[in-house]
Design a protein around this ligand. Structure first.
Ligand SMILES: Nc1ncnc2c1ncn2[C@@H]1O[C@H](COP(=O)(O)OP(=O)(O)OP(=O)(O)O)[C@@H](O)[C@H]1O
Ligand SMILES: [Mg+2]
Length: 605
């Protein structure tokens, strides 16, 4: 998932792949994956049964056709039997009618199962995405995840349905035809059977190659989506920084790699069919020689010979499809592997079972240290901090000092390894995740708006049932109503993807309104007013002040004028608390805060 785009351009066989010594058609892992895939289809076994019956009937029509040829040649043509002359066309029609119906029945049922499986897999992937921890998203690109949901899932459907159809129907067909050939002439059929092992070898080689290439194709499809998405999301930057050439080059690389891998599949499949056919043709040549020379003991009539050759020729298409089917299955297995990897990723662990109606809002950090990655440097070290319910605490400090990290630990976006964080005296890990998060309203540095109406953006998620009055009140407190009223559709205005149709400050005010509507005992404002001009900020601040009074609030702001009124100011530096106190105390202290304040004051005036 973390694979970079350049990884997929490496096109030579990887050593790992060539070491894959198991010369089985499908390796053990493949069997596991396929077994797991089939479990998805298992609930639909009745449909599957109907499909198999359809396939069996369909398969039986093939030797029946070969038999009809014998009847037609010997009785209609050679013997000129009037009965046979009358019957043959009718039999022919009947045969194809049955074949058509059976074909329809099996295709419909298999596709129906396939679509069910696709839908279920997509739903599972989607709901897994909703529960994955933040660290998972930090380490994967959205493009690749999206491509799994769209492209890979479709490939899985092929493996579970199309390939299975071919596997069952064509195996039955081939067996039926072979049996018929044996019935006609065991000797000739044996001659033909000699080519079986050769065909098997070709199939084994092809299927191994297919899986390898398929994984690369799926990865490169992920890259294609990923780059496209970045260019779409970042089109402003691409335009102003002249990124077109870079992106074009980058995309060309990925696109070309995708094409190359696809062509490898084409070469493999295109070469395999003639190879198999050549093997069969060799057998056919032998058979024709034997049948027309002295060996011809068993071939008694021209009809038998015609019928035998017909059966043999009819054997070619199913053999061809069977050669290819492993390819489809391998593609599906490769795709399923990548999907199962996401489905198997650990969701956020539920460590507690305490529920909480409404917290008082006492917060405490006890000797908390945190690093984003084990064995990497600490981003926060030995943070101890007590916040009484209803207090407003401001976090200030240089960029990168760990302010956002600290507040992100509260809703458990990341898990701490050392120390404790307590809400109302209880470790936050003892609460149910949902119960904990219900207590917290968050406005973070990167405002997220959904492509919906302003109203739905304010009353998002669990607040769906908020009344119009409540929504308007929240919007007013956030001073959002003043611009919302001026919009042609008011609260019903669509914000565009991530709020593109609004200004930065307007977006922030909607995010604040959303947090205010939640009316939770803990409020986190991470640079929540940074995009506002001084006047709007003043107004929003007034609204916020009123709301902060009865809830515990953590404010992060670079503009120190907005944190002056906080009950306490915490100064972070390099992940450590270096100073705490009220604005006045810290100014008098002449320490970090005073220095920061002086600097801002100097540049502001
Ligand atoms: N998801 C992440 N994975 C790894 N490291 C991260 C992640 N987010 C932040 N960091 C690192 O943690 C450190 C603290 O980042 P943080 O976002 O907490 O800083 P901040 O004080 O909020 O800065 P700013 O004022 O610029 O918002 C930084 O060095 C940053 O590189
Ligand atoms: Mg930050």
């Amino acid at each position: 998932m973390t694979g970079t785009s350049t990884q997929t351009t490496a096109n030579s066989e990887t050593p790992a792949a060539t070491n894959d010594a198991a010369t089985l058609v499908v390796s053990n892992k493949g069997v596991d994956t396929y077994g797991r895939l089939l479990r998805y289809a298992f609930p639909y076994w009745t449909a599957f049964l109907i499909a198999v019956v359809g396939m069996a009937i369909y398969a039986a029509t093939e030797p029946a056709f070969a038999a009809l040829i014998k009847y037609m040649t010997d009785d209609s043509f050679v013997a000129q039997d009037p009965e046979a002359i009358r019957q043959t066309p009718l039999l022919l029609l009947g045969l194809f009618l049955v074949r058509g119906l059976a074909g329809f029945m099996s295709t419909y049922c298999m596709k129906w199962i396939g679509r069910k499986v696709i839908k279920q897999m997509r739903s599972q992937l989607f709901s897994r995405l909703l529960t994955l921890p933040t660290s998972f998203y930090d380490s994967s690109t959205s493009g690749k995840l999206i491509s799994k949901l769209t492209y890979n899932v479709e490939q899985v459907a092929q493996a579970t349905t199309d390939s299975i159809t071919v596997l069952i129907r064509d195996t039955l067909t081939a067996l039926g035809l072979l049996a018929y050939m044996f019935y006609l002439s065991g000797m000739l059929a044996l001659t033909f059977a000699i080519c079986g092992p050769f065909i098997a070898i070709i199939i084994v080689i092809i299927s191994r190659r297919f899986r390898r290439i398929s994984t690369r194709i799926q990865n490169s499809m992920g890259d294609v989506t990923h780059i496209t998405q970045e260019v779409i999301d970042g089109h402003h930057i691409v335009k102003t920084f002249g990124g077109q050439e870079y992106e074009t080059r980058h995309f060309e690389e990925v696109n070309e790699s995708n094409r190359k891998q696809q062509m490898k599949l084409v070469v493999t499949s295109a070469a395999s069919v003639p190879l198999v056919q050549f093997v069969v043709a060799t057998a056919l040549a032998g058979i024709v020689y034997m049948a027309t020379s002295d060996y011809m003991g068993e071939i008694t009539t021209p009809g038998t010979f015609m019928s035998f050759v017909t059966a043999l020729l009819m054997l070619l298409p199913p053999l061809k499809r069977l050669t290819m089917v492993t390819g489809g299955i391998q593609q599906g297995i490769a795709a399923a592997d990548s999907i199962f990897a996401v489905l198997d990723a650990d969701p956020e662990p539920e460590t507690g079972n305490k529920t909480l109606a409404r917290a008082k809002g006492n917060l405490e950090f006890r000797d908390v240290s945190f690093a984003y990655h084990k064995d990497k440097t600490l981003v926060l070290s030995n943070i101890s901090l007590k916040i009484e319910a209803g207090q407003t605490v401001a976090l200030v400090g240089r960029s990168g000092s760990g302010k956002s990290t600290l507040v992100n630990l509260l809703p458990r976006f990341y898990e701490i390894e050392t120390g404790n964080i307590l809400l109302d005296g209880v470790d936050i890990r003892e609460y149910k995740r949902e119960a904990l998060r219900n207590q917290i309203a968050l406005v973070n540095q990167r405002v997220t708006l959904f492509n919906d109406t302003i109203e739905r953006n304010i009353a998002y998620g669990a607040m769906e049932k908020a009344t119009k009055e409540e929504i308007i009140r929240a919007a007013e407190a956030a001073h959002a109503m003043e611009f919302i009223e001026k919009l042609p559709d008011g609260l019903q205005t669509i914000t565009g993807e991530n709020g593109v149709l609004l200004s930065g400050g307007q977006r922030q005010r909607i995010a604040i309104a959303r947090a205010l509507l939640k009316n939770s005992p803990v409020l986190i404002l991470d640079e929540a007013t940074s995009a506002l001009d001084t006047e709007s900020e003043f107004h929003v601040q007034a609204g916020l002040d009123r709301l902060m009074r009865d809830r515990t609030t953590l404010v992060i702001a670079h503009r120190l004028s907005t944190v002056e009124k906080a009950d306490r100011i915490i100064v972070l530096d390099g992940g450590e608390i270096v100073e705490t106190g009220t604005h006045q105390e810290l100014i008098d202290n002449k320490g970090h805060y005073a220095a920061l304040y002086r600097m801002e004051f100097d540049t502001d005036t």
